[in-house]
Every structure is written in C-alpha cells, then in structure tokens.
Design a protein around this ligand. Structure first.
Ligand code: URA
Length: 432
C-alpha cells in the first residue's frame, strides 16, 4: 500500500478499508510513515470524517497497538470517567479519590493538554516526583491497592494514541468526531473497565461548540462503547467559561486539594458531583441518584477522600506533603492583577482565549517538545454573574517569562462586563 494514495483517498472523501487503517497506523508507529504524512491524514479525516466502520477499525488499531488490562471479578465496580477537555477542568483529580472512597475502582488512563485545554497528566506532573509513566503491572497493583491510579498512554498501553494525540495537539486536528472517539474509547477500553461516564464539554472553550455536534459525538462514543461491550453514559456540560477558580497546572492541584478539604467553587462541585452520581449508580454503590450526594459528602467531610488522594500521590512517587504545604509545588516569580476597566456584571469569560493566552506564559505547549511551566497560570476572583466595581481585581496572573503584560491584557479582553445583571446558569446541559 502507498501512504500517499491513502491520504488522497481520504482527502477526496472516500471510505478507508480496515486494511488501509491498519497499514497506516502500524507503519506510522514503526517509523515507515512520516509525521507529515500522518499530519496530512489526520487533517483529511478531520475535514472529510469517517463512518462508523472506519471509526471502529481505528479504535481497534489504537487498542491493539498496546496491551489490554484485565481485572478479575470486577463485579461491575470498575468505572471510569473521561472528559473531552476544557479550561480549568480538574474534575478527574478530585473525582477519582472520591469515587474510590465510595467503593469504586478507577483505573484511569489520561492525556496531556490539547491545544488551549489543560491535561490531567500535566497537572499531576506539577507535583514534585509524581510519575504518570509506570509499568502496567504496577498500575494494576495500585488500582487494586488504593482503588484508583492515573497514568498516561505509554509504550505498553495505547501507544498509537500517545503518538497521535501529541501530533493532533499541534496540528489543529483535535476537533474531529472519529479521532476523538478512537482516542477516548481506546484508552478506556484498554484499561479494563466495566463502564464509563463521559463529561462531554460544550461551548466556546471546548472542542465541541454546540449541542447538535455534542449529540453526534455522544452517539459515536456510545455506539463504539457498546460494540466493545461497555456501558457509556454521557453528560453534556458547559465550557463557555473556565471551570472553578484556577487555570494552570500547580494552581489547579491546589484547587483540587482545597476541594477535597470541602472548600469548593460551586460550578466545579456541580459538575463533579453530577458525574460521580452517574458513576455510583453505574457501579451499584447507590440505588438512586438522589442518594449520591450524601455518600459523596461523607467522603469529603470525614477527610477520607483527601487521605486517599495523599496516598495516591505517594504511591505514584509524588510528595504527599503537598496536601498541607503548598509551597512544595513552587511559586511563579511574578504576579500581575487583572483590573476591571468598568463596573458591571461579568457576562462572559472567554475560556478559549484564556487557554491560548496562558500558553504564552508556558502553562501549555506550542510544539510537542515544549516544557511546561507548572507554576504559570491564572486565579479568577470573579466568575460569570458576579458584580465588579471599576478598578476591582478580576483575577491574578502568575508567570515567569517576559510576556506577562501582553498575556494579562489578552485575559482582560476575554472578560465581557455589562450593565444589566446576569442570571447564573448551571453547567449541566443534558444527558445522553
Ligand atoms: N480527550 C482525549 O482523550 N482524546 C481526544 O481526542 C480529546 C479529548
């Protein structure tokens, strides 16, 4: 087979065969197909799409590029959660220890930041010593011991997603239903789960901008899940403005620890609790969703979810002392307040703009080899619906390079302040 012919086939909107997809993926992984040819193929897929068969074959290729984990006697309790990616989205890091404390097992394989969005792995790696690349045998042991562990795609597990995910991040090829489906479902199916709850982010800061597209992606994820015998439940959640009050890797870790101490932003709590309720129902920990909140609250009030988080950090070689001493995470050299130029109500905070702006202070990557500045980020003091006075602080930018002033200006412009009051809306938009 000739890779260029296959690229042209997809470019012209034709269906790829199972063999063609197998050839393109496996030859790319062994270095016989170049990065530029794979980039061209990904762009052709993004522009021309794939039908169900092609998406299924691609997912199969991703899965069979590595090992598939098997847990014995799972009793339907191995339930994971995945997000399609957002700004300030640290849900996995607070949700997993709570779910584990409630009795579920969460073997989570996560990703890094994609385009303007943050990634769970990057956030966790801001904890000194924390390892996201650990052998599968050890990963299994950790899941059984502490009920959850979080690792990244590796040479052992979904290596195809590891390579292609990093390439999509820097080639503008994330926003594709078949590519997102194969990426998400391969990670989850390979991790040996019984069921999956997906946080499908919709809005300005998400890869899916509207509910119609969200429903198409949900259908694709759910059908591929069913084909592999997995139950999938999907929540549509709003990602027009950043989630919670921090954006940036170590700042988000602090926000997660505060959450587990019971100090939470309402929107982060709403999304996390709604996803947890679905997980607890799926894993038969609760009989009805309205029983979930009490069960979840108990794990936070008792301090047990926080203890489990500290144990998780320790087991993955991070410093568990961060739970009580945030200085271990380090601090940016400079801080710059973002000042409101007029009074009024915050109508909108453009999360996509903020995500891209923060990449300029090193909170995310421009190219695959970029190193992240973990301490760079933004703390929001005003959220959508809040009233602000002229000259009041909207947020604070933390950074270490020479780009602070320009980035702060871009962040300020991402705020829309209006005269009339704004009704604060919930984050949950629907369920599939
Ligand atoms: N999350 C993933 O794991 N993959 C994607 O393609 C998008 C979000």
């Amino acid at each position: 087979m000739n890779p260029t012919e296959l690229i042209i086939k997809k470019r012209d909107g034709k269906k790829l065969s199972k063999e063609g997809i197998h050839f393109f993926t496996t030859e790319y992984l062994v270095g016989n197909i170049s990065e530029y040819q794979m980039s061209a193929m990904l762009m052709a897929i993004l522009l021309k799409g794939m039908d169900f068969d092609e998406t299924y074959w691609l997912t199969q290729e991703y899965i069979s590029s590595g090992e598939v984990i098997k847990f014995e006697n799972t009793n339907g309790r191995f339930i994971d959660k995945h997000s399609t990616g957002g700004v300030g989205d640290k849900v996995s890091i607070v949700l997993a220890p709570i779910a584990a404390e409630c009795g579920l097992f969460v073997p989570m394989i996560s990703g890094r930041g994609l385009e303007h969005t943050g990634g769970t792995l990057d956030k966790l790696e801001s904890i000194p010593g924390f390892q996201t690349q650990i052998p599968l045998k050890r990963f299994k042991e950790l899941v059984l011991q502490n009920h959850f562990a979080i690792i990244g795609q590796s040479k052992e597990i979904v290596p195809a997603d590891r390579r292609i995910y990093a390439l999509r991040d820097v080639t503008g090829t994330v926003e594709s239903i078949p590519l997102m489906t194969a990426s998400i479902m391969s990670k989850k199916i390979s991790s040996g789960i019984d069921g999956l709850v997906i946080d499908l982010k919709v809005g300005e800061g998400a890869f899916v901008k509207d509910l119609d597209t969200a429903k198409k992606l949900a259908e694709s994820l759910s059908k591929i899940g069913a084909k592999f015998g997995k139950t999938v439940k999907i929540l549509f959640t709003n990602m027009d403005s950043p989630l919670g009050s921090c954006i940036g890797n170590s700042l988000e870790i602090i926000e997660c620890i505060e959450f587990l101490k019971g100090n939470y932003q309402e929107d982060l709590k709403e999304v996390t609790f709604a996803l947890l309720a679905e997980m607890l129902l799926m894993g038969k920990i609760v009989k009805a969703k309205n029983q979930a909140e009490e069960t979840i609250m108990q794990t936070i009030k008792s301090g047990k979810a926080l203890q489990r988080f500290a144990k998780f950090v320790e087991l993955q070689d991070g410093n568990p002392g961060i739970v009580n001493d945030y200085s271990i995470l380090g601090k940016a050299k400079y801080a710059l307040p973002i000042i409101a130029e007029k009074e009024g109500y915050v109508k909108d905070i453009n999360s996509k703009e903020i995500g891209w702006a923060l990449i300029d202070v090193g909170a995310g990557r421009r190219k695959i080899s970029d190193k992240i500045d973990y301490t760079a980020g933004l703390k929001l003091s005003k959220k959508v619906g809040d009233y602000v006075q002229k000259n009041e602080v909207l947020g604070e930018l933390f950074y270490n390079n020479g780009k602070g002033e320009r980035v702060a200006d871009r962040i300020k412009k991402s705020y829309c302040i209006v005269k009339s009051s704004i009704i604060k809306k919930g984050r949950i938009l629907g369920i599939y």
